[in-house]
Design a protein around this ligand. Structure first.
Ligand SMILES: Nc1nc2c([nH]c(=O)n2[C@@H]2O[C@H](COP(=O)(O)OP(=O)(O)OP(=O)(O)O)[C@@H](O)[C@H]2O)c(=O)[nH]1
Ligand SMILES: [Mg+2]
Length: 315
């Protein structure tokens, strides 16, 4: 049997305070009936993703989209069809959403999303909805007071909400001490902290997750930490992206997009190759390598979650 290919546009409509997302429940008599979903539906043959999304949200919820941005694209294989889920983050809309087709519609707090039953293709969407567009990687810093000042500045002035503690120069004791202080600072600002370290360190510091170097990623057979923590990894090619998916990473960085002073010897992949790899990644991808916040919109436009950077945030 030749499987149908179905292109679906769906919306992550996030409340103004960023705390809730709008879900709809699929009627019990259709495909994946009774499960929750991001509102949307199949594109007509003549429609672009955004055109289809506008039509579907009008039909299903009675709202008009004013401003939307790509969030993530997922290719998923169901037993009877290939599906491309083209998910948009809706920033502005008019009208009061309600279930025009009789379906239940509900604003759901981000923290409760994990308790809702979704179709199998949706896991990467949940991750993308919960992640910010910027991922700060801490700079190599000798002085602890300066480290604290740089991190505090990025959390307050740049409103960074996702931090990777990278400190290759520190021994374990010094790393743990820095991690405790970084965690306290991150908690104060509602930011998440991932340790770029041996996954076992999570038993000693109650951080939000682990970031794997590509070397650690390559050595793992399975996910090294529980599902309630975040797992990210550094990747540089398709093979590493596949490995990240295999062990159940929640998201990755993909680099180097541009040449950087820190890795002058590595050839940059550029936007075109980056986009091709992101399209197949099936999880949120942060562009890394010479990126600044001014690249975030472009990164989104080619399918990435956003940008990761040391230099743009570490001042
Ligand atoms: N809208 C939406 N569809 C999803 C999600 N996840 C997911 O696997 N799908 C699948 O994508 C397809 C979307 O089709 P749909 O039933 O919404 O299409 P539609 O609104 O055009 O309905 P219609 O074909 O009955 O007119 C379904 O097979 C559905 O199960 C999701 O989060 N939102
Ligand atoms: Mg629909």
């Amino acid at each position: 049997m030749v499987k149908r290919r179905v292109h679906v546009a769906a919306a992550a409509i996030i409340s103004n305070d960023g705390r809730e997302v709008l879900l709809a429940r699929r009627p019990s008599n259709v495909d994946h009936g009774g499960l929750w979903e991001f509102p949307g539906g199949k594109l007509a043959p003549y429609e672009t993703g955004l055109e289809g999304l506008k039509r579907e949200l009008h039909e299903e919820l009675g709202v008009e989209i004013q401003r939307a941005q790509p969030l993530i694209r997922i290719h998923h294989e169901y037993p009877d069809k290939h599906i491309l889920l083209d998910v948009w983050q809706v920033h502005e809309f008019t009208g009061e959403p309600f279930g025009r087709e009789g379906q239940a519609v509900r604003w759901v707090p981000m923290k409760e999303l994990v308790n809702y039953p979704f179709p199998a293709a949706n896991l990467p969407i949940l991750r993308a909805v919960m992640l910010p567009t910027e991922y700060l990687i801490t700079g190599e810093e000798q002085d602890e007071a300066r480290f604290d000042a740089c991190l505090a500045r990025a959390l307050t002035e740049d409103s960074v909400r996702l931090v990777q503690l990278r400190a290759k120069g520190l021994d374990e004791a010094a790393y743990l001490a820095r991690a405790e202080r970084a965690l306290a600072l991150c908690r104060e600002h509602g930011a998440r902290l991932l340790l770029n370290a041996d996954p076992e360190l999570l038993d000693r510091v109650d951080a939000d997750g682990i970031h794997l170097t590509s070397e650690r990623l390559g050595a793992l057979e399975r996910r090294p930490i529980t599902e309630d923590k975040w797992l990210s990894a550094s990747t540089h090619d398709c093979q590493q992206l596949t490995q990240a998916a295999r062990i159940g990473c929640d998201f990755v960085t993909l680099s180097p997009l541009r040449t950087t002073p820190s890795h002058p010897e590595v050839a940059p992949m550029g936007w075109h190759d980056f986009q091709q790899m992101v399209e197949r990644a099936a999880m949120p991808v942060f562009a890394l390598g010479g990126m600044t916040r001014f690249d975030a919109n472009h990164a989104r436009a080619v399918g990435a979650q956003g940008i990761a950077s040391i230099r743009d945030f570490w001042k």
